[in-house]
Design a protein. Structure first.
Length: 209
């Protein structure tokens, strides 16, 4: 039986729209980039995955497409949805990975949020858990046992990805200094949720492999 630890580094949504100057900027979002670059340089991962928020321009999470107030919560067919500014539209500058983020040929890119009707914070599933991305299959095909999650934004896509990772059965680590969040209150809730499902929170300096 193969039971060797195999580690994946999952870098969530480090895209221009989520850093300073972007349309859905996370405060100090760009600070994660040098931390992430140094993690991948110092530590040995078996697989590196980048997720990319990749919306069609008519996406239902955009306030303008619903005549809704920015950041309000609207009841859509698919459930409650935060009304976001237009962000990470497919093939735009805002959807590109931040230019100083190290990105190698062997990295796997998983795009999400492509279905107009439903948002997808997690890299694994859409918010309704109706449709999966390829992420779980990719990790399982590579015999990954442990995942290390970081990126933007803490309270949405990063924590949702970490929760799903734990629920998929991976030993899941959330690298606190390699993420930044939108709001204190939602970050606290996200942290509680992660701890409840067994995600371990740690710092990049704790990694020793
Ligand atoms: C995200 C809100 C909407 C994120 C993506 O990457 O955290 N947040 N789309
Ligand atoms: Zn989005």
């Amino acid at each position: 039986m193969e039971n060797k630890t195999k580690r994946a580094f999952i870098i969530v949504d480090v895209q221009n729209d989520f850093i300073e100057g972007g349309s859905l900027a996370v405060p100090k979002g760009s600070e994660v980039v040098p931390v992430i670059n140094s993690i991948r340089k110092k530590n040995k991962f078996d697989l590196i995955v980048l997720t990319q928020d990749w919306h069609p321009s008519d996406h239902s999470s955009f306030a303008v497409n619903n005549n809704a107030e920015l950041f309000s919560v609207k009841e859509l067919e698919t459930g409650p949805q935060v009304m976001w500014p237009v962000h990470c539209v497919q093939n735009t500058e805002g959807a590109k990975f931040v230019s100083n983020l190290v990105h190698e040929e062997s990295d796997i890119v998983v795009q999400k949020g492509k279905n107009t009707k439903v948002d997808s914070y997690s890299g694994f599933w859409d918010n309704n858990k109706a449709q999966k991305t390829d992420l779980e299959d990719i990790l399982k095909q590579n015999n990954i046992t442990d995942t290390y999650i970081c990126g933007l934004a803490y309270d949405y896509c990063v924590s949702f990805t970490a929760v799903d990772s734990a629920e998929c059965g991976f030993k899941t680590f959330f690298i606190e200094d390699a993420t930044r969040g939108l709001q204190e209150e939602t970050m606290l809730k996200a942290k509680e949720k992660m701890e409840k499902v067994g995600v371990k929170l740690l710092k990049s300096t704790d990694l020793d492999f």
